[in-house]
Design a protein around this ligand. Structure first.
Ligand SMILES: C[S@@+](CC[C@H](N)C(=O)[O-])C[C@H]1O[C@@H](n2cnc3c(N)ncnc32)[C@H](O)[C@@H]1O
Length: 151
């Protein structure tokens, strides 16, 4: 395999996991900065043209692995690979953020759901190619439908 090396760190308003909004239909609107290490700045060339980017990062403060678990906003268990749980065999997070502007090696973004200081492994431009009518949202859609009925 390879030894991952952070290309940068997330500057986020969140210092504790309880501050991060959770639950069905949550929209992440918090702004943050992706601070890229000076030795990787060249790799940001031409990123300004993209409205959204994938951020691949490390759950550096998660503990243990849970192969089957019940998300906080459902009452049924699901396999870890069918969820976005931090307690995964390889603790890697993936977040799509809106790129607001670039200032040198600082990417100002909206939509962070990571803790302050989270290591970033990679950044890629987001290009959605799945037509909405082909998108299935599995147990999440079912949980949302159940939630609406219970309200
Ligand atoms: C449900 S995960 C989803 C993360 C990402 N969007 C994904 O899908 O991989 C988001 C949660 O991870 C936790 N979290 C955020 N940053 C973390 C970090 N650096 N280490 C451990 N847990 C973190 C917080 O509890 C946050 O609410």
């Amino acid at each position: 395999m390879f030894t991952p090396q952070p290309i940068g760190f997330v500057r986020s308003p969140y210092t504790g996991t309880k501050q991060i909004p959770k639950g069905l239909g949550t929209k992440h609107e918090a702004e943050g900065v992706l601070e890229i290490q000076p030795e990787f700045e060249q790799g940001l060339a031409d990123i300004e043209g993209f409205s959204h980017i994938f951020v691949i990062w490390v759950f550096d403060r998660s503990q243990g692995v849970e192969l089957v678990g019940t998300p906080p906003f459902d009452n049924r268990p699901h396999g870890v690979f069918a969820t976005r749980s931090p307690r995964r065999p390889n603790p890697i997070g993936l977040t799509v953020v809106e790129l607001l502007r670039r200032e040198g090696r600082m990417l100002h973004v909206r939509g962070v759901d990571m803790l302050d200081g989270t290591p970033i492994l990679d950044i890629k431009p987001y290009m959605s190619s799945v037509p909405p009518e082909k998108l299935k949202r599995g147990w999440l859609a079912e949980a949302e439908a159940r939630g609406k009925k219970e309200v």
